[in-house]
Design a protein around this ligand. Structure first.
Ligand code: HEC
Ligand code: HEC
Length: 309
């Protein structure tokens, strides 16, 4: 009892010193992991993200978006996407050069020239924000990422959420464009008509003309044919399959939908021993679509197609 009461104050003292030291060390470590210590701001990154990326990328759990992939907790997976790239390097590359790597489950269509909207500091902040989602970001690394000067390098393009939603509505409902066109480059859906996003359609005048006056320039890969039948009927459409006995044609139905037609070769007229199949002079793309849309809808549609190419 006696010896104990003599050594207690000594132990208390050492314990207190140790505690102070541990608190000091923890503070130093915590501060040095703070983004501000490296001149990076997650909050500023979040705000830029909301304005420039949020039209396509949702960050709330479980909500699927129509355009960009959901980036909820993306910090956890960013570093596993592309071999050899850390999370921060991958996110930066995704913004600077989106086509450099597209994850297998994603569709193409991230705009290529977004980076020209941002200063170097903006880009670091955006990377810090995305990489911090669900993971501890390495702010020291982010502060040292090599970033080329991209400001103003190409025409700045901002994708606004209202525009995105309006364009989507026009493509799906008002203009019925998606009855024929796939949105994204994806071989199996582009047999009938070219994809609209990610395929290089960026010339504004040409885009407008393609929609307002589709017959003016017809892309050769998508020309349709007229098949003269012995019955006197003509079937117009695109040949998508042939066998020695039959031809498989895809044509436009009454509701502008796509309909498959099988035609036996012996139902087709012959001229000088050749089946009477001629190339159509009309584009399969219907005319008058622009009349269905308001000026504003047409403008937004064209802007969106340009931005996503
Ligand atoms: C117009 C739509 C759109 C906008 C705006 C957009 N993205 Fe994307 N983003 C996409 C699409 C589509 C993909 C998938 C294709 C790809 O990886 O390039 C994608 C992919 C990504 C990926 C890779 C995701 C993965 O699963 O590997 C990251 C990271 C990313 N975007 C970050 C951003 C950031 C940061 C911004 C804003 C500076 C931004 N995006 C703006 C559409 C968009
Ligand atoms: C019935 C099918 C169909 C519908 C509906 C349709 N398109 Fe098309 N579209 C095509 C085909 C086929 C082509 C390729 C032939 C051509 O160049 O005329 C094409 C061509 C285009 C092109 C030019 C692409 C290029 O590579 O030059 C654009 C842009 C376009 N369509 C946009 C639209 C928009 C926007 C809508 C809705 C308002 C729409 N299309 C509705 C079938 C359709």
């Amino acid at each position: 009892m006696n010896t104990q009461s003599q050594t207690m104050p000594g132990r208390w003292f050492v314990g207190a010193i140790l505690l102070v030291f541990v608190i000091w060390l923890a503070t130093v470590l915590a501060v040095s992991r703070e983004p501000a210590a490296y001149g990076v701001s997650v909050a500023a990154g979040e705000s830029k993200f909301r304005d420039h990326c949020g039209a396509c990328h949702i960050v709330e759990k479980g909500i699927t978006t129509h355009h960009g992939p959901n980036l909820y907790d993306f910090g956890k997976i960013a570093g596993t996407r592309k071999p050899g790239l850390t999370a921060a390097q991958y996110v930066l590359e995704s913004v600077l050069d989106p086509e450099a790597f597209v994850a297998a489950q994603n569709r193409h269509g991230m705009p290529r020239n977004l980076a020209s909207n941002f200063t170097e500091a903006d880009l670091r902040n955006i990377v810090a924000y995305v990489v911090s989602r669900g993971a501890n970001a390495n702010f020291e690394e982010i502060s040292k990422l090599p970033i080329p000067d991209t400001v103003g390098v190409s025409e700045s393009r901002v994708v606004r959420r209202e525009d995105m939603e309006l364009a989507e509505r026009v493509l799906r409902e008002r203009g019925g464009c998606l009855q024929c066109h796939a949105l994204y480059r994806n071989a199996e859906y582009t047999i009938f008509a070219p994809a609209l996003f990610g395929v290089g359609l960026s010339d504004e005048a040409l885009l407008r003309e393609s929609i307002v006056d589709p017959n003016k320039v017809i892309s050769p890969a998508h020309r349709w044919v007229n098949v003269m039948l012995t019955s006197g009927k003509v079937e117009s459409g695109k040949i998508v399959g042939q066998s020695p006995e039959r031809i498989l044609l895809v044509k436009r139905g009454d509701a502008n939908d796509l309909v498959q037609v099988v035609i036996a070769r012996d139902e087709i007229d012959e001229v000088d021993g050749q089946l009477e199949i001629t190339t159509a002079v009309q584009s399969p793309m219907p005319t008058g679509l622009d009349k269905l849309l308001s000026e504003h809808e047409l403008d937004v549609l064209i802007r969106m197609i340009r931005q996503l190419n």
